[in-house]
Design a protein. Structure first.
Length: 240
């Protein structure tokens, strides 16, 4: 709008000037108007080209932002938390978490029934080992629960960092990376829940199995007693 006003004012002044000096210069008003309109169109085209260049420059800036990485990387912190809890499981005493070893130990210590050749001393030793396994399982579960409680504070710190980076994200890549790391945090918490469930389930299963084995031991002792086999008490060291 301002451009057309300027053009109109220029045209008016030119016509006035040409009228006052008509005795000296021959001027074609129609040609002058056409030249001014042509110049105006050229200026408009230049302005449009400048605007297009500015738009393209902004587009390039936005694309560059979309390729920028966030400054927060929580992967190592999350893996460290998972490794800490896993180390507690690896160091667990008593019944192993390894399938083959666990199966062999379970069949030996938790039989459906004792054979007639098993001595009371062997049954007492098995009972003591079962008690130790149950205690170790409870100890592992308590340690993992305590570690999970400590991990809450770490998770809160990681979550705060990721939310801050997500809110400050300027491009698609930064926002995507923040989302991925939030998902990684959720995955770590799911893994921790599985670890807790394994430890708690192991302790509960061993306690139930110990009760079943105790019944089998009682039946075997009763059978031996009814058959006239003498039972000799054996000292049991619960702190061995």
């Amino acid at each position: 709008m301002k451009l057309w006003r300027s053009i109109g004012l220029t045209l008016l002044l030119t016509l006035v000037a040409s009228s006052s000096e008509a005795q000296f210069v021959v001027l074609d008003p129609a040609n002058l108007v056409q030249n001014i309109l042509t110049a105006a169109r050229s200026l408009i085209q230049i302005e449009n080209q400048i605007q297009m260049l500015q738009n393209e420059a902004q587009m390039l800036i936005n694309e560059a932002k979309n390729l920028e990485h966030i400054n927060v990387n929580s992967l190592n912190r999350l893996l460290a938390l998972i490794a800490t809890t896993q180390q507690l499981l690896n160091n667990a005493q008593g019944m192993s978490f390894q399938l083959a070893q666990a199966q062999a130990t379970f069949l030996r210590l938790y039989p459906n029934a004792y054979g007639p050749g098993v001595t009371p001393a062997q049954m007492d030793a098995d009972a003591l080992e079962r008690w130790a396994n149950a205690r170790f399982a409870l100890d592992t579960a308590v340690q993992i629960q305590a570690q999970a409680s400590q991990n809450v504070a770490h998770d809160q710190g990681i979550l705060s960092d990721l939310i801050a980076s997500s809110q400050a994200a300027e491009g698609i890549l930064q926002a995507t990376q923040s989302t991925n790391q939030l998902l990684a945090l959720q995955t770590r918490q799911s893994i921790q829940a599985q670890q807790l469930q394994m430890a708690d389930g192991r302790a509960a299963a061993l306690e139930r199995a110990r009760a079943v084995a105790a019944e089998a031991r009682s039946r075997a002792l009763r059978t031996q007693f009814m058959q006239g086999t003498a039972y000799t008490p054996n000292p049991v060291d619960l702190y061995h």
